[in-house]
Design a protein around this ligand. Structure first.
Ligand SMILES: Cc1ncc(COP(=O)(O)O)c(C=O)c1O
Length: 362
């Protein structure tokens, strides 16, 4: 019986367990010195030119980042539909309206031309997603934002360490959010990290995550409890020391797949982009679901569909959009296991299985 290769899997070792134990023994579990150190170390590891604020999830990071930037009722924020629902959820939770724009087909990220066509007098901001770990076209999106006086933000949930023209993601937008969910390129168990350019917005963000206060019981605004615990931060700090190596493993695995896979369309990387391969996502034009089923049933390889239903067609959001590239991607994409635990033998197993299944016609 062959062992199953999981589609996504956190890498947790003795160091993470020891770090959690250290915090548990300290008796101080809530947001404290571990969170403060994690924020500083995150800024340093990813070469960010600004402060980071840790929160309890990536979704909270987007929501609070948008609120701190002044987004709310009456505003429209342009987002991709081809992403996890959290992107549009965060916009809707502020009272603003997510407006969905199509993606460009090569890198699965927002198409700047489609974004420009979606601008209305109500548009306040653009929130691109660096999907699968590939940076969105921030130069052209920045130009659209500048032409129309819009704010530019970043959903970097999947893109720790990605860059464009040598400039790290998380430094292009007024704020950017990195998710620390277990299957992301690094994890804190759960959590989110927000890099924020403006000192006033950073201050607001710190208050929003903690009941509107910076000092105990001096509450200045209405806020949430979106704090990260020191237990989670301690895990994240250990993972920060490993993420560079894991990214290199993901990139090497991706290069191996692209060289050896046959009969599927491999992902492309834009000329000035560094892709960190949160996902290695191919297109299977013919019977994608049959291929996925055969890989699991006959070869013990789990794959994943990110995302089978575009956000604009989910019941929480309005349909009535015509987003052909989004629809085509949703019908064709298939993410193969690329996490560091797959290992060289696993990569070879995946290649052999995909090539066999595709040759046999799904
Ligand atoms: C693109 C994208 N945006 C937002 C989120 C939300 O992050 P979290 O799950 O940490 O709340 C995720 C991850 O789940 C994501 O992949």
């Amino acid at each position: 019986m062959t062992t199953l290769i999981a589609s996504g899997q956190p890498s947790i070792g003795a160091e993470e367990r020891a770090a959690v134990d250290r915090v548990l023994r300290s008796g101080m579990l809530a947001q404290g010195p571990e969170v403060a150190a994690f924020e500083r170390e995150f800024t340093a590891e990813f070469g960010l030119d600004r402060a980071c604020v840790a929160v309890n999830s990536g979704t909270s990071g987007l929501h609070l980042g948008l609120l701190a930037a002044g987004i709310g009722s009456g505003d429209e924020v342009i987002v991709p539909s081809f992403t996890f629902a959290a992107t549009a959820n965060a916009v809707a939770l502020t009272g603003a309206r997510p407006v969905f724009a199509d993606i460009e087909p090569r890198y699965f990220c927002l198409d700047p031309g489609a974004v420009e066509a979606a601008v209305t007098p109500q548009t306040a901001a653009i929130l691109p997603v660096h999907l699968y770990g590939h940076p969105a076209d921030m130069d052209r999106l920045g130009a659209v934002a500048a032409r129309h006086g819009l704010a530019l933000f970043e959903d970097a949930a999947q893109a720790h360490g990605a860059s464009l023209g040598g400039r790290p993601v998380g430094t292009f937008g007024r704020f950017a959010m990195f998710s620390l969910y277990p299957t992301k390129n690094m994890t804190a168990g759960e959590g989110g990290m927000v890099s924020v350019a403006d000192l006033q917005q950073e201050r607001t963000l710190r208050m929003l995550r903690n009941q509107g206060m910076l000092r105990p019981y001096e509450n200045e605004i209405v806020g949430f409890n979106a704090r990260m615990s020191d237990i989670h931060a301690a895990i994240g700090r250990v993972q920060l020391r490993k993420v560079r190596q894991w990214t290199a493993q993901r990139q090497a695995g991706a290069a191996f797949y692209t060289q050896h896979l046959r009969g599927v369309v491999p992902p492309e990387t834009a000329a000035r982009a560094e892709h960190v391969f949160h996902q290695y996502t191919v297109r299977v034009a013919d019977d994608r679901d049959g291929v996925a089923k055969a890989l699991r049933a006959e070869h013990g390889i789990a794959t994943a569909l990110f995302y089978p239903t575009p956000t604009h067609r989910l019941p929480a959001f309005t349909a009535g959009y015509d987003l052909p590239e989004t629809e085509r991607a949703a019908a064709e994409v298939l993410s193969l296991p690329i996490h560091p635990s797959v290992g060289p033998a696993g990569l070879e197993r995946v290649v052999a299985a995909v090539n066999t299944v595709v040759r046999a016609g799904g």
